[in-house]
Design a protein around this ligand. Structure first.
Ligand code: NAD
Ligand code: MG
Length: 390
């Protein structure tokens, strides 16, 4: 990125793992960026400190009850404050060129949509948005001339090697998966795992929810649905390959048998830097890849008997309609209960499966439909949870 290029950026979910990595890159390249809005859900002190450090124009706290605290923490500064969903939308609507969508879960959908609707460049980490409302979101991207840059490492890898001009030459895309902390385990042996064991990912340092999703491999399931919406391919052209070293971040196979891959150390600052600098490149302070040091890369097929969430997500993608949104909502409810020690790890797929069976709903036609489906699925999931929770 040249020194003269300057971009205005807003970060939704600034206090999270992706938000902090994004701010780390901005801190090191402050000449190229200025911060417009920053948002968080409940960490007022952290949000206020970041707003002061980066001279943000607007700071928004998701939990409305905390607005007085945020006001007090930012009194006398140049930063305006707001709260609640309206505030998150306002943060997305401010005139930043890039919006980093890094809120976790379906809660990020409305703000992300607001950024898309003003034709912004959206660096999309919040994969749940595409899972719940992929068709609607992609329609709006087209209608408003927005640019969607995938931050998720697999999709960012594919974006880098996908020949969009000649997509009919693409035979399939291969999403790699680390397999998480429980790769190689039997389903039965997982009945006693704790939240601390589940969030201890072998390669990546991430937020709690996505770490549990990686342990169940629901994360890869959400990612195949994400890939289906992001790239011009059929559902049957997506494959999952377990690759425990997390060096190859994903691959595209072409009609002539060529396979193109993007490689790198497992550090989210690489795909984030790619999205911030696009279409140029910028420096990222990540460990350079030393294949000689790593020695060997290994691969195996995913075990769908153990990682039932992956199979449920594949089926939901094939079913289409409301199924992916129901799957996502049920998974959010189940993961939250597991993290609160109210549900066993092995019962996460059971809650998702029961909810998919009991929710028979038509495909969403509008964003408010998506939220109705999301609400209904959460209610159903809570009932199934009550039967299994301890
Ligand atoms: P995290 O839990 O570390 O951070 C989430 C952020 O969202 C926080 O700033 C939090 O304040 C905010 N937030 C949470 N609930 C909210 C709500 N109801 N309303 C408004 N804001 C809310 O999560 P993360 O690991 O940074 O992940 C963020 C997104 O990026 C997720 O969708 C995840 O799947 C995706 N992602 C993360 C990684 C990673 O390495 N962490 C990699 C790929 C994709
Ligand atoms: Mg990923």
């Amino acid at each position: 990125m040249s020194q003269h290029q300057h971009k205005r950026i807003s970060i939704l979910g600034a206090t999270g793992s992706i938000g902090q990595s994004t701010l780390d890159l901005i801190r090191r390249n402050s000449i190229n960026f200025s911060v417009v809005s920053l948002t968080a859900y409940s960490r007022v002190e952290e949000l206020a400190a970041l707003a002061i450090e980066f001279g943000a124009e607007l700071a928004v706290i998701g939990d409305e009850r905390l607005l007085p605290d945020l006001k007090a923490a930012l009194a006398g500064t140049r930063t305006a404050v707001a709260a609640g969903e309206g505030g998150l939308i306002e943060a997305a609507e401010r005139d930043a060129e890039i919006v980093m969508a890094a809120i976790v879960g379906a809660a990020g959908l409305r703000p992300t949509m607001a950024a898309v609707r003003r034709g912004a460049t959206v660096a999309l980490a919040n994969k749940e948005c595409l899972v719940c409302a992929g068709d609607l979101l992609m329609e709006e991207v087209k209608a408003h001339g927005a640019t969607l840059l995938p931050v998720d490492s697999e999709h960012n890898a594919i974006f880098q090697v996908f020949d969009f001009e000649r997509s009919c030459g693409v035979e399939k895309i291969i999403l790699t998966a680390s397999g998480g902390p429980f790769r190689g385990r039997s389903f039965e042996s997982l009945s006693t795992v704790t939240p601390a064991e589940a969030v201890a990912h072998p390669n990546w340092d991430m937020g709690a929810k996505i770490s549990v999703d990686s342990a169940t491999m629901m994360n890869k399931g959400l990612e195949i649905i994400e890939a289906y919406h992001l790239f011009p391919i059929e559902k049957t052209q997506i494959e999952v390959l377990v690759h425990p070293q997390s060096v190859i971040h994903s691959m595209v196979e072409y009609a002539d048998g060529s396979v193109l891959a993007q490689l790198g150390s497992p550090d989210m600052r690489t795909p984030i830097a790619y999205s911030l600098a696009w279409p140029e490149r910028m420096h990222a302070p990540v460990k350079r890849l030393s294949l000689a040091e790593i020695g060997s890369l290994t691969f195996e097929a995913p075990d769908l008997e153990v990682f039932r969430c992956l199979k449920l997500a594949m089926d939901a993608m094939m079913a289409g309609g409301a199924a992916p949104a129901v799957l996502n909502a049920a998974n959010e409810v189940a993961v939250e209960a597991f993290l609160a020690n109210r549900l066993r790890f092995v019962d996460i797929p059971a809650i998702v499966s029961d909810t998919l069976t009991s929710c028979d709903i038509k495909a969403p036609q509008s964003l408010s439909n998506v939220f109705e489906i999301d609400k209904m699925a959460r209610r159903e999931a809570a009932q199934h949870l009550a039967k299994r929770a301890h």
